[in-house]
Design a protein around this ligand. Structure first.
Ligand SMILES: Cc1cc2nc3c(=O)[nH]c(=O)nc-3n(C[C@H](O)[C@H](O)[C@H](O)COP(=O)(O)OP(=O)(O)OC[C@H]3O[C@@H](n4cnc5c(N)ncnc54)[C@H](O)[C@@H]3O)c2cc1C
Length: 252
């Protein structure tokens, strides 16, 4: 299924859904994944849109609503998931304590950060920016999209490489998917790290760019990281702007 380039009317119409929590789990020392049931609601989304989550009754100075990319894939029937940093804001504190069966109001799907499984791709993730790429890679694996698909993921310390074991497993089991990690502050961690160190830079992007494949580039993370990567791709590596798609996680 090609989702890029379709008419805007192909996007599912967003709506408001009250969804029960199936479970929550720690994804890293500072982040959690929340899975909600969409069974029987008709909620539908494209890989990999976003939602707004509202926790009614939570008194938060910025309002009790946050936007999250979906970390699930449309190929995972009956569920959606979001994965977020747990900070000390009232919203995040209440979210981290939501119990199985309790509900959140979810508005969506929203956004146009859409995966084209028909083209080779390189996904570039800074920190929590990996969330939509977990959904895209799961979608690629479940639909046996040919790829190749490469994930370049960066985090401060190894234990913050969110979804690392799952995504390394996908890469091991599925031809056409590979994942590579870099850590910027390994000295701050007790976990030994023998992998790449340092930021996502021109050399690393160039190594996996394979211009002959003309991959579609997807970049997600905090605005500063996204700007830097997009600038490097377009201005230094000569990637066409139309081959670069990005999602900025504003609001941290
Ligand atoms: C498209 C998109 C996708 C996202 N996906 C994810 C995701 O998958 N996981 C994730 O963890 N986060 C994601 N975010 C960010 C998320 O919406 C929250 O902003 C973020 O998680 C921080 O929330 P917080 O309560 O921890 O912290 P805070 O940083 O305290 O933010 C609280 C709220 O206050 C607002 N705010 C803070 N400071 C100001 C200010 N000076 N003026 C006005 N408003 C302010 C923020 O916009 C935010 O809504 C995404 C954002 C966008 C736009």
């Amino acid at each position: 299924m090609h989702v890029i380039g379709g008419p805007p009317s192909a996007l599912p119409v967003p709506g408001r859904y009250v969804l029960p929590l199936i479970d929550r789990r720690e994804e890293s020392p500072t982040s959690m994944t929340f899975r909600f049931s969409t069974e029987g609601t008709g909620f539908r989304y494209l890989s990999n849109q976003a939602v707004r989550v509202h926790l009614p009754g939570v008194d938060d100075p910025w309002g009790a609503v946050r936007t999250f990319s979906l970390s699930s894939s449309p190929s995972e029937a009956g569920v959606l998931s979001v994965t977020c940093k747990i900070s000390d804001t009232p919203f995040k504190q209440a979210f981290s304590r939501l119990e199985r069966g309790e509900t959140a109001e979810v508005f969506g799907p929203i956004g146009h950060f859409l995966f084209d499984p028909g083209r080779p791709a390189v996904f570039v993730a800074g920190g929590i920016g990996v969330t939509p790429f977990r959904g895209m890679l799961r979608y690629a694996a479940d639909t046996q999209a040919p790829g190749p698909f490469t994930l370049l993921q960066s985090a401060r310390v190894p234990e913050e490489l969110i979804f690392r074991s799952e995504l390394s497993g996908l890469a091991r089991d599925r031809p056409g998917i590979d994942v590579h990690y870099t850590v910027t502050r390994s000295a701050d961690s007790r976990e030994p790290w023998s992998g790449r160190q340092g930021r996502i830079d021109r050399t690393w992007l160039e190594e996996f760019g394979h211009p002959e494949r003309r991959p579609r580039w997807y970049v997600a993370g905090l605005p500063e990281m996204v700007y830097a990567v997009v600038r490097t791709l377009v201005e230094e590596l000569g990637v066409a702007e139309s081959d670069v798609h990005y999602e900025m996680f504003r609001g941290f």
